[in-house]
Design a protein around this ligand. Structure first.
Ligand code: NAP
Ligand code: MG
Length: 486
């Protein structure tokens, strides 16, 4: 870890009410560098008591203190300042993210960190634009609406994009005037803690953002159960999303759930083959496949199939896997030993169910949780590897004969997060995009995001949208006001 983060990280502490404090029970846990299997540092294990303190601080900050007194323009400037400070600490944050998560330094520096900064600046602009409406009403009445913050937001995030997903959740919540208790994933807590320090340096008032590190069943569940929390925004597995939805019913919390996917990436025979090859690889190997929108089911039209697989196999063999801090590395280790084990067990299932292994399929020798980039051909859409989210560098290739067949197969999934379409035929591209059940469809590209573009799922991939104006509105509620003018 670079000396700058060592000195500023306040290891083993939670960030509550503007203070770095130990967990009430005094417990800590280790966070591991998945590339070396070495312990990076100890992190505080927050539990129900710590969540209660953090929620109390967030409630006080929402109801009084400096935060609600800020004008929308001042709130916007605060978010803009946080974005600028993220850029100011870009190198340090990218390095910290790489050490904790195993993502390559190239991706962390080019994608995670700049997009996190951009997200804060994008939502900075919205703080002054949360307009209500005047509603035409009966004579003698004046009716208008106010768009108000919800209150205290509990945010629970996973380990695949720790800083970026913290930004996606924090920036709109704060822009709308809420306060937040954030629980990062146990595997990757470091950049969220660093972000809290950066936000404090930018001048964010105590209690507006609290970060409680800890485990899902302890800290996470306590946040979901807490009667002082008005909404839970969650990104993670579908199973935990379902559990959160069940629990949240007790206090009738609002929810947005950003869950898993098994996204189809559809290559028609008339596609630009070079672009589609790059898109297919990017779709499954970006962030070592630990991406909720991973294009993990690659549908290839019959006439193109054999040549495409050959090309894909050859290109995949050239991918450099190894030390994620090396700028030339394209593929880092899986985030944890458990995740590596899960991915490898799916590989075994794929072989057992009769899919043809084109390349990869094993752990790389040496230290670190590296899984070789893996391609299965001759996959059927009903095989386990085509139905369940693997969350690793494992691609299932399925052939198809025509547009009707591929749309049916692509939609025959419990999930509906994202999809890709590759064709030079503009009508086919848009027809397919409309027919696919997904929150996002990419045509002749894959995996693009923008702070202004709404993102979210359908079906078992969850509900609610992040980013864009839709993402902002998820953190507000509308109040109707009636005035008697007669
Ligand atoms: P997960 O359990 O869903 O973790 C996501 C977050 O939820 C973490 O912060 C986790 O805490 C927390 N959590 C766990 N149980 C909870 C509970 N009962 N109440 C409240 N919060 C809880 O995901 P995972 O176990 O890390 O990964 C398992 C699988 O989920 C992956 O293989 C992948 O398929 C999927 N996944 C999807 C996404 C996505 O972006 N959609 C992201 C990550 C994983 P701790 O981890 O700290 O215990
Ligand atoms: Mg770690």
């Amino acid at each position: 870890m670079p000396p700058s983060s060592e000195t500023r990280l306040a290891p083993g502490l939670l960030y509550i009410d503007g203070q770095w404090v130990p967990a009430a029970a005094g417990a800590t846990f280790k966070t591991i560098n998945p590339a070396t299997e070495e312990t990076l540092t100890e992190v505080a294990e927050g539990r129900a008591e710590d969540i209660d303190r953090a929620v109390g601080a967030a409630r006080r900050a929402f109801a009084g203190g400096a935060w609600p007194k800020l004008s929308p323009a001042e709130r916007g400037r605060m978010l803009w300042a946080i974005g600028d400070r993220i850029d100011g600490h870009a190198e340090e944050l990218a390095r910290l993210e790489t050490l904790d998560s195993g993502k390559t330094i190239t991706e962390a520096a080019r994608v995670d960190v700049p997009m996190a900064a951009d997200c804060f600046r994008y939502f900075a602009g919205w703080a002054t634009k949360l307009e209500g409406a005047t509603v035409p009403a009966r004579a003698g009445l004046f009716n208008y609406t106010l768009r108000e913050p919800l209150g205290v937001i509990g945010q629970i995030i996973p380990w695949n994009f720790p800083l970026l997903l913290a930004a996606w959740k924090l920036a709109p919540a704060l822009a709308a005037g809420n306060t937040v208790v954030l629980k990062p994933a146990e595997q990757t807590p470091l950049t969220a803690l660093r972000l809290a320090a950066i936000a404090a340096e930018a001048g964010l008032a105590p209690g507006v953002l609290n970060v409680v590190t800890g485990f899902g069943p302890g800290a996470g569940a306590a946040l979901v159960d807490h009667p002082g929390v008005d909404k839970i925004a969650f990104t993670g597995s579908t199973a935990v999303g379902q559990e959160i939805m069940r629990r949240a019913s007790a206090t009738l919390k609002r929810l947005t759930l950003e869950l898993g996917g098994k996204s189809p990436n559809v290559v028609f025979a008339d596609a630009d083959i070079d672009a589609a090859t790059r898109g297919a690889m990017n779709g499954i190997f970006f962030n070592k496949g630990e991406v909720c929108t991973a294009g993990s089911r690659l549908f290839v039209e019959e006439p193109l199939h054999d040549a495409f697989i050959e090309r894909l196999g050859a290109q995949t063999a050239k991918l450099q896997q190894g030390d994620p801090l090396d700028p030339k590395t394209r593929l880092g280790p899986q985030v944890s030993e458990a995740q590596m084990g899960r991915v490898l067990s799916y590989v075994e299932r794929g072989v057992a169910e009769g899919a043809r292994l084109v390349c990869g399929g094993a752990r790389a020798p040496g230290r670190g949780y590296f899984v070789r980039p893996t391609i299965f051909d001759e996959v059927r859409n009903d095989m386990t590897i085509a139905r369940e989210e693997i969350f690793g560098p494992v691609l299932s290739v399925i052939r198809f004969k025509d547009i009707e067949e591929v749309v049916r197969a692509a939609n025959a999934s419990a999930y509906g997060l994202a999809a890709g379409v590759w064709t030079r035929d503009i009508k086919k591209a848009h027809r397919t995009a409309r027919a696919l059940q997904a929150g996002t469809v990419w045509i002749n590209t894959y995996g693009l995001y923008d702070s202004a573009m709404p993102f979210g799922g359908t079906k078992m991939s969850g509900f609610g949208r992040e980013l864009g104006q839709c993402g902002l509105h998820e953190y507000t509620q509308t109040k109707s006001v009636w005035v008697d003018l007669s």
